[in-house]
Design a binder for this molecule. Structure first.
Ligand code: 5GP
Length: 216
């Protein structure tokens, strides 16, 4: 998990796992994209899923769309770092991609639900930084789900019903962002990432660095 320099700082550091969770429609995907834009040291973990691809989605970019047999085989073989059933579909994080990124000294961003977050924390607590994104109100959540217009009305209804369940897990997260205005929320998420990168225990090259400073 150790890695060489990041962001030009030059101190050897350990990659972190930044998890974003929220009910569907709270703005987590928009925040994820903004975080990835212009941050060379952050890489997205692309999940596998058995759900249907939405028209706007690209295979291999938004998800790896796979069938149930393949999903079950990956889970059985231990190829998924975590996996869960959400809205009747299988979702999971491919282990190899994440381990490759962390080994290369990159931080990894996860857009996963509370079940996956619990599993990641159980496996790698000190490397996980978890953020829960809340909508400002129920009305706004519903409006955002409808305006997305990629899902059928039944799916929107099911997602609204599920939102309350998902939100009940907010207290399991390290940070809470209430997404009133997307620009402000992105700024808050960036601040969390920046501060967590500066944690002493992640900057594993500090011993040598400070040793050199003290020797003059
Ligand atoms: P959607 O179908 O709207 O893309 O995602 C539905 C839910 O599944 C979201 O809460 C999303 O964060 C979650 N999800 C996406 N990928 C994964 C994954 O790999 N593991 C887990 N546990 N949840 C995921």
């Amino acid at each position: 998990m150790s890695s060489s320099g990041s962001g030009g700082r030059g101190i050897e550091r350990r990659g972190l796992m930044l998890v974003l969770s929220s009910p569907s429609g709270a703005g987590k995907t928009t925040i994820s994209r903004a975080l990835l834009d212009g941050d060379d040291n952050l890489t997205l973990s692309v999940s596998v899923t058995t759900r249907e691809r939405r028209p706007s989605e690209e295979d291999g970019v938004d998800y790896h769309f796979i069938d149930r047999a393949r999903f079950d085989a990956m889970a059985k073989a231990g190829d998924l770092l975590e996996h869960a059933e959400v809205f009747g579909n299988g979702y999971g994080t491919p282990r190899a991609e994440v381990e490759r990124a962390l080994a290369a000294g990159r931080d990894v961003l996860f857009d996963i639900d509370w079940q996956g977050t619990q599993q990641l924390k159980a496996a790698k607590r000190e490397d996980v930084v978890s953020v829960f994104v809340l909508p400002p109100s129920t009305g706004e959540l519903e409006r955002r789900l409808h305006s997305r217009a990629q899902d059928s009305p039944e799916t929107v209804r099911a997602r609204m019903a599920k939102a309350s369940d998902e939100m009940s897990h907010w207290a399991e997260y390290d940070y809470i962002v209430i997404n009133r205005e997307i620009g402000a929320s992105v700024g808050q998420a960036r601040s969390i990432l920046e501060a967590e990168r500066l944690r002493r225990e992640r900057q594993i090259g500090l011993h040598g660095f400070v040793g050199n400073l003290r020797r003059g």
